[in-house]
Design a protein around this ligand. Structure first.
Ligand SMILES: CC(=O)[C@@H](O)[C@H](O)COP(=O)(O)O
Ligand SMILES: NCC(=O)COP(=O)(O)O
Length: 249
C-alpha cells in the first residue's frame, strides 16, 4: 500500500485562456494566473495545447516554460506537430490525451490498447528527452495494461464520468465509477505506474478521489477558474487544497 502522504495539486489554466480568447488581446493572462496559482500552493501547472488552439496558444506554452518554478504538465494529442513542440520545450510531464475538434472538452480516455505500437513509438522520444509521459485514460484494465506495456510512467484517470454522474444526481453510477477508479488505481500502482486523476473535479467530488492512496496528483482546472470569479483564484485554490488534505488525513 503506498504512503498516504503527498497528494499534489496541478492547476489547469486552460480556461483563463478561454476567457482571454473570447475578446482577443491579452487579458486575462494565463501566465499571471499560473504564477498566482504557484503562490497559492499549486504543485504544478497543467495546460492543454489543443490542435485548434481554442484556448492555450503556442506563445502561452513558451511563456509558461520561461516563468514557472513548478513543473508544467503539458497536455497534447498524439500528433507529430505536438511531439515536435514537446521535444522543443521538454516540459516536466507530457500527458497524451485524445482530442476531437467537435468536442466541448475531452470526452473520454485515450484508446491505447488499439494503438499500442504507434503510441509506443510516439512516446519513446519524449521519454528519451526526459519528459515524464502520462496517458489520460478511462479506468479500464485493458487500457491501463496497454499504457504499462508501451512504457508510460504515469496514467491519469479520467474522472469525468464520475463527476457527471454526481452533477446529475445519479448516485448509483457515481458509486460504480468511484469503485472502478479505486480498483484501477490499485492495479496501475501494482504495475509500477504513477497514478494521477482529473477532469471535472469540484469541491463536491474531490474528496473520494483524493482519498485513494495510490493517487499522487489531481489536475483541476475548469471548476477552479469558475470559482475564482466568485471568491478569487487564491482562495479557490486554498479551499481545494484544504479539502484534498482533509481527505488524505
Ligand atoms: C485532458 C483533460 O481532461 C483536460 O484537462 C483537458 O485539458 C480538457 O480540455 P479542455 O480544457 O479543453 O476542456
Ligand atoms: N487533466 C484534467 C485537467 O487538467 C483538468 O480538467 P478540468 O478540471 O478542467 O475538467
Amino acid at each position: 500500500m503506498p504512503q498516504l502522504d503527498k497528494l499534489r495539486l496541478g492547476v489547469n489554466i486552460d480556461h483563463v485562456a478561454t476567457v482571454r480568447n473570447a475578446r482577443g488581446g491579452g487579458y486575462p493572462d494565463p501566465l499571471r494566473a499560473a504564477k498566482l496559482a504557484e503562490d497559492a500552493g499549486a504543485d504544478g501547472i497543467t495546460a492543454h495545447l489543443r490542435e485548434d488552439r481554442r484556448h492555450i496558444s503556442d506563445a502561452d506554452i513558451d511563456g509558461l516554460m520561461d516563468v514557472l518554478t513548478v513543473p508544467l504538465n503539458f497536455e497534447m494529442a498524439a500528433t507529430d506537430e505536438m511531439q515536435r513542440i514537446a521535444l522543443r520545450h521538454r516540459p516536466h510531464a507530457v500527458c497524451i490525451v485524445p482530442e476531437k475538434r467537435e468536442e466541448k472538452t475531452t470526452e473520454g480516455g485515450l484508446e491505447v490498447a488499439r494503438e499500442e505500437n504507434r503510441l509506443a513509438h510516439f512516446i519513446a522520444p519524449l521519454r528519451e528527452a526526459g519528459c515524464r509521459v502520462s496517458i489520460f485514460i478511462a479506468a479500464d484494465q485493458r487500457q491501463i495494461e496497454a499504457a504499462h506495456r508501451i512504457g508510460a510512467q504515469v496514467i491519469e484517470l479520467h474522472t469525468g464520468a464520475y463527476c457527471d454522474a454526481h452533477a446529475e444526481g445519479r448516485m448509483d453510477d457515481c458509486t460504480t465509477e468511484l469503485e472502478r477508479m479505486r480498483e484501477m488505481s490499485t492495479l496501475a500502482h501494482s504495475l509500477g505506474l504513477e497514478v494521477h486523476a482529473g477532469h471535472g473535479l469540484t469541491y463536491d467530488t474531490v474528496k473520494p478521489v483524493a482519498a485513494f492512496p495510490e493517487v499522487m496528483e489531481l489536475n483541476i482546472g475548469h471548476f477552479l477558474i469558475g470559482e475564482a470569479i466568485f471568491r478569487g483564484l487564491t482562495p479557490a485554490i486554498a479551499e481545494m487544497r484544504r479539502l484534498m488534505d482533509e481527505a488524505r488525513a
